[in-house]
Design a protein around this ligand. Structure first.
Ligand SMILES: [Zn+2]
Ligand SMILES: [Zn+2]
Length: 257
């Protein structure tokens, strides 16, 4: 009974608006950038975990010098100077070089002046929410994650070479491409991989001491592995890797911590 209630529970509309903005951004960005909805990163100034509505970082490496953060405010009041200043404080703490303040209601003249070049204020109308339902996204597969949904924003393509059997008489080997979606849970951040060939959705824990890879039902010559990495500057991030059997490792997704 309880489970049923959880399932039918609708997300609050501000959360739907946040996910809408994340979706719109991910659909427009180049795939070299990773988009995390409802991200949590440790502030450089405060040392405290800060919630960010939408976080945009480099996907394949730990260079966060072009970090962009987005604040989505679903409300009827206009964005004002105080909103901009609070947002600039968050940006400074998480080391963002640019920020977008998004609301359906516009902004005051003062807010625009205060925003200067580092903050862009954008209007996204509530009309876009009509046919948008993040509760239809696949559920997070991590045990204990309450009502999280998977947000896909990366599409790595991996190719397997099929060589003909000697006896078959065919000489050409065949390249078979496997399309995947990769993404993160919008509650707990857990990485997931969806293989479009066998339809498996894998849930990849990054703090797995066993350090073993995960393979989809296709049993291809690669496996997926998530881990927590730290760069020279001490910045930590969770990374999702595709590990190919010839030893190559591709970082296909990241989530800053
Ligand atoms: Zn989750
Ligand atoms: Zn598969």
């Amino acid at each position: 009974m309880k489970k049923q209630m959880d399932k039918s529970r609708k997300a609050p509309s501000w959360e739907v608006y946040e996910r809408l903005i994340a979706r719109m951004i991910a659909d427009q960005l180049e795939t070299g950038l990773t988009v995390s909805p409802n991200a949590h990163v440790v502030g450089k100034i405060t040392g405290v975990s800060r919630q960010v509505d939408v976080l945009i970082d480099a996907r394949h490496d730990t260079d966060n010098t072009r970090r962009i953060v987005v604040d989505a405010k679903k409300r009827s009041r206009k964005v004002d100077i105080n909103d901009v200043e609070a947002f600039q404080g968050l940006m400074a703490d998480v080391g963002a070089t640019h920020g977008y303040l998004v609301s359906p209601s516009g902004h005051t003249k003062g807010a625009e002046k205060r925003a200067q070049r580092t903050v862009s204020i954008r209007i996204v109308s509530l009309d876009h929410m009509e046919n948008f339902d993040p509760s239809s996204w696949p559920q997070c597969k991590r045990k204990g994650c309450r009502n999280g949904r998977i947000f896909w924003d990366g599409y790595p393509l991996l190719t397997q070479t099929l060589r003909p059997l000697e006896a078959s008489g065919e000489l050409e080997s065949l390249q078979v491409s496997f399309v995947h979606y990769v993404g993160k849970c919008d509650r707990c951040g857990r990485f997931h991989v969806w293989c479009l060939t066998c339809n498996d959705i894998l849930s990849l824990p990054e703090a797995d001491d066993a350090d073993e890879g995960y393979q989809c039902g296709c049993k291809p010559p690669w496996f997926w592995l998530a881990s927590v990495e730290e760069d020279e500057a001490g910045q930590r991030s969770a990374e999702l890797h595709a590990c190919l059997i010839d030893g190559r490792v591709e970082t296909v997704d990241r989530r800053s911590l």
